[in-house]
Design a protein around this ligand. Structure first.
Ligand code: GDP
Ligand code: MG
Length: 447
């Protein structure tokens, strides 16, 4: 489904001028292509309006064109609707203790196949992992047999009850057995239905309660399009879904399921089934998928690089000032605003080569929350005071000054004390930062 949006984006990236008319046309093309891919209209409209607002507000870094910025913003928006961070790394991580993963979904969505694929993927990453497949789809003998066969194909043991035993009983036995034999992973297959009904949901709730799974993966058939998102919403209200596996993406030509899933159900995709073969399961990283969809990876990384450079320049500039001059309250305010606009001071420090990894972010006070208070306090200072912090430290009049500011700013004594404490520690941090950023020896290690 990516063709159309790729075409739209590619056309934009070739434009020499990107005036308002072209911008609106580009927005419309992106919108149309997403809707044609069967994405939910409301979600698409939100994405489009986000891109439109951000495009107007964003500071376009040196060396980046408007059209490149546009491509980046569309990709960010896509990443967001595809689920943002992505969770497959966590789900595939090495288990600290026995890890239990339950697979749920409608009949025919691909649960049993996905379990075998997942076992295979896990063994590829951790060849020594001991994986037990548990057949809790006890209703159909064929289902148990299917898991047995698939288990053999991926070299994993399968645990199943005798014919006619119920799912809870099998689960209970399987859990005991797995502890005894020290399995690392327990992959639990469950029964599906053609449609969601109470019976199915009650069984899943019970299995969840008894299995206490670390993760519950919801298996969804991509060929059902937007309906998959509705199914997901219903499952998510009943059991604690940690992520979705979207299967049969090899047959789905549009991708609407992927685009609507997260916003409608709150579930984000963590794996995707891309073939009937047992190695047809891939991790799903929203950012990489978005990049694949748009096919503009180079432009996006160029914009990201340029954006980092802007911040880096600003940080270096500030650090330089720390070295040359004293750190005034005005600088402090600027720093606080800068930090809160950047996300965190930790992020900002990481950008300075050779400094970031030497700083323990826990040592850095949380300045974001202090911005508002600090603003009020600093605004109550005279211009002279703003430029000369020492007036508050070694002058006999400092008590009077502080009292005046406390009243003027309407802040409590506690907040005032905290403000000066934070200021002092920022002063010290910035001094050290200044020393290391400008290459002066010896101080970075001591931070
Ligand atoms: P369950 O009822 O949820 O356990 O579903 P199954 O695992 O039995 O799968 C139902 C059908 O879908 C089988 O024929 C699978 O081979 C097929 N299937 C599952 N995942 C995929 C996939 O990613 N791609 C394709 N093409 N077929 C799949
Ligand atoms: Mg099955």
């Amino acid at each position: 489904f990516a063709n159309k949006i790729q075409q739209a984006i590619s056309n934009v990236s070739k434009l020499q001028v990107f005036n308002d008319k072209e911008f609106q046309k580009a927005l419309k093309n992106v919108r149309d292509s997403l809707i044609e891919a069967d994405a939910n209209v409301e979600i698409v409209d939100e994405l489009i309006s986000n891109v439109e607002t951000k495009m107007k507000q964003v500071k376009i870094p040196k060396g980046v064109t408007k059209t490149q910025m546009f491509v980046k913003l569309v990709q960010d928006g896509l990443t967001e609707i595809l689920g943002g961070e992505g969770t497959s790394d966590r789900i595939l991580s090495a288990p600290q203790r026995q890890k239990r993963i339950m697979f749920v979904g409608l009949q025919g969505s691909g649960k049993t196949t996905t379990i075998a694929k997942f076992a295979k993927l896990t063994l590829k990453k951790f060849p020594k992992a001991r994986i037990l497949l548990v057949a809790c789809d006890t209703r159909r003998p064929a289902a148990i047999e299917q898991l047995n066969i698939l288990g053999k194909r991926v070299n994993c043991e399968t645990f199943s009850g005798e014919e006619g035993s119920n799912a809870e009983w099998v689960l209970d036995r399987a859990l005991k057995y797995s502890l005894e034999k020290e399995f690392d992973y327990i992959l639990i297959d469950t029964a599906g239905r053609q449609v969601i009904d109470n019976d199915l949901m009650n069984e899943l709730v019970l299995l969840e309660k008894n299995a206490k799974p670390d993760e519950i993966l919801l298996v969804l058939d991509a060929m059902t399009g937007q309906e998959a998102a509705n199914v997901a919403r219903q499952f998510a209200t009943t059991v604690r879904i940690s992520g979705a596996v979207l299967t049969k993406l090899d047959s789905d030509t549009r991708g609407g399921a992927a685009l609507s899933l997260n916003s409608i159900s709150g579930c984000s995709i963590c794996f995707m089934g891309t073939s009937e073969n047992l190695d047809g399961l891939e991790t799903f990283y929203p950012d990489r998928i978005a990049s694949r969809i748009l096919g503009m990876g180079d432009i996006v990384s160029l914009v990201e690089k340029a954006q980092e450079n802007v911040s880096e320049d600003e940080v270096k500039e500030m650090a330089k000032r720390m070295m040359e001059a004293k750190f005034t309250f005005e600088d402090f305010l600027k720093q606080l605003s800068f930090v809160s606009s950047m996300g965190s001071l930790g992020n900002m420090l990481k950008m300075i080569p050779g400094v970031g990894n030497k700083i323990n972010s826990e040592d850095i006070p949380k300045m974001e929350t202090k911005l508002k208070v600090a603003k009020a306090i600093i605004q109550s200072m005279t211009n002279e005071e703003k430029k000369n912090p020492q007036l508050f430290y070694d002058d006999i009049s400092s008590k009077k000054r502080i009292e005046r500011i406390r009243r003027g700013s309407g802040r409590s004594q506690e907040e005032i004390d905290d403000f000066f404490k934070t200021f002092k520690s920022a002063q010290i941090t910035m001094k050290k930062l200044g020393a290391s950023a400008t290459g002066e020896a010896g101080s970075a290690d001591s931070i």
